[in-house]
Design a protein. Structure first.
Length: 415
């Protein structure tokens, strides 16, 4: 029953313990109290250079601020504390460099950095990765913790080859059992970090429809991206390779069936990822291959699903970023080169092209946005000219005049 003002007499070690204790309880009043307490610890009177607390308190404060930023959607809290968090990160790095044996929860620490989106020094994250690798080697982490660590490093875009090699070993170890949501997070992380040398355990291909239905739309989208990427790298030359490829096909059939039910609830980014994933399946589309001649391989399923994506995208047209527009139009443009072009995809491409044109007149558009709009237009032209005698090329339409004017504006501002 403290008042907010009563925390003013606490030092940072005490506030760290209080923050950790109350954020552990997922009670709204407790969380709001901690938020107010952290704000009360005024940086105007407590300069970052004057912050003095134990390494364990550094860890507690970092994870508490991350939990509050995520749970209450309060990025301003991590901004208010940014200087102090930077000071604490540097202190932690010095501490970890000198102390290999520590009781800090490294999984929660790296996840906190990922949640806040902080550009954490690689030197600190490398030390954390080394500690996590040791724990994994000793089977000191649960499958959930392994997946959380993989996800954090993927979000931070930090190359940690030794750590991800150990993560792959954990997934391939038949003694380890991953929940589907945890496995999805790991596979997505491996794909994002280009760690694609992995042999999925046999029981992965036995996932039933009920388990797929337990995944969130984001998770089913990520699982689809991971499976399509791994399948695109799967050779089909030998009998054993062909057998494994067919296991992928059977699992993807289940995932595609679930995707069709979920598309209406997909976000713009998830629709874009799904369209890009489907194109990866074209790698095995050689009609002369033994793989494609099999009766149980349907090459047209992905095009039917892509058409559904086009239909769902119509409700998001004005909300796509320029990068998402370019990725989505690339998917439909590439599909047209494979002979897939329908009225629905044509309507969607036309709508997306109009949105791209509007972005050129928006004052908020950046140079990168204009560049991406140029990509959009070229894919629209490729799509329009697909299956005709006219080769795709750059036209002289109004959109290019607009692009030219915008670039002249950039040039004028620079000179």
């Amino acid at each position: 029953e403290f008042s907010c003002a009563s925390t003013g007499g606490l030092d940072l070690d005490e506030l760290a313990m209080l923050s950790w204790a109350l954020t552990a309880f997922k009670h709204e009043d407790a969380v709001m109290f901690v938020t107010a307490s952290l704000r009360h610890w005024d940086l105007q009177s407590n300069r970052p250079a004057e912050v003095r607390c134990s390494p364990h308190s550094d860890y507690l404060i970092i994870t508490a601020v991350a939990a509050l930023s995520s749970r209450l959607k309060m990025p301003t809290l991590s901004f208010d504390w940014a200087a102090t968090l930077g000071h604490m990160s540097a202190s932690l790095e010095l501490y970890l460099a000198r102390n290999q044996q520590t009781q800090l929860n490294f999984v929660k620490l790296v996840d906190a950095f990922a949640v806040m989106g902080l550009n954490t020094p690689h030197s600190l994250l490398d030390l954390v990765a080394d500690a996590l690798e040791v724990k994994m080697a000793a089977n000191g982490l649960s499958s959930s913790e392994v997946s959380l660590a993989a996800h954090a490093y993927a979000k931070l875009s930090v190359p940690a080859p030794a750590l991800f090699s150990r993560i792959v070993d954990c997934v391939q170890n038949p003694m380890n059992s991953f929940e589907l949501s945890d496995l999805t997070r790991v596979l997505w992380s491996l794909v994002k970090t280009k760690n694609l040398v992995i042999a999925l355990p046999e029981d992965t291909f036995q996932i039933d429809e009920w388990k797929l239905r337990q995944l969130t739309p984001s998770e089913i989208s990520r699982l689809h991206l991971a499976l399509c990427t791994l399948f695109s790298k799967q050779p089909v030359g030998t009998e054993a390779e062909l057998k494994r490829a067919l296991l992928f096909v059977q699992l993807l059939e289940k995932v595609h069936a679930e995707l069709e039910l979920r598309l209406v609830s997909f976000s713009a980014a998830e629709l874009v990822d799904t369209s890009s994933s489907l194109l990866l399946l074209c790698r095995h589309d050689d009609p002369d291959s033994d793989f494609m001649k099999r009766d149980d391989v349907d090459a047209n399923r992905k095009w039917a699903l892509l058409e559904r994506v086009a239909e769902a995208a119509m409700s998001w047209t004005d909300k796509f970023t320029c990068r998402e527009l370019a990725q989505l139009m690339r998917s439909f443009g590439s599909a047209s080169l494979e002979g897939h072009k329908t009225d629905k995809t044509t309507d969607t491409m036309t709508a997306l092209n109009k949105v791209a044109s509007k972005r050129l007149t928006e004052l908020s558009s950046t140079r990168e946005d204009v560049y991406l709009v140029g990509i959009c237009y070229q894919w629209f032209e490729i799509y329009t000219n697909a299956q005709t005698s006219v080769p795709p090329g750059f036209g002289g339409g109004d959109i290019w005049s607009a692009i030219h004017r915008r670039f002249m504006g950039f040039t004028a501002s620079v000179t």
